[in-house]
Design a protein around this ligand. Structure first.
Ligand SMILES: [Zn+2]
Length: 63
């Protein structure tokens, strides 16, 4: 996907690229690079649940 004349530095054409870390903008004319922040929906929330499970097991062992 290319955004024409979207570069803030040279008004060149910007190419939306993607790698294992996420998406980023890359200017074809001057090499300008800018990361695109990930959408909040994509973030996993499993860490909090695992902490709760560990606490419950400790209480069970003490009783
Ligand atoms: Zn540029």
């Amino acid at each position: 996907m290319i955004k024409f004349k979207a570069c803030p530095k040279c008004r060149g054409d910007i190419y939306v690229a993607q790698d294992m870390f996420g998406r980023y903008l890359n200017c074809l004319q001057c090499g300008y690079l800018k990361d695109i922040p990930e959408e909040p929906v994509a973030r996993p929330r499993r860490t909090g649940g695992m902490v709760v499970e560990e606490v419950q097991e400790v209480e069970r062992a003490a009783a």
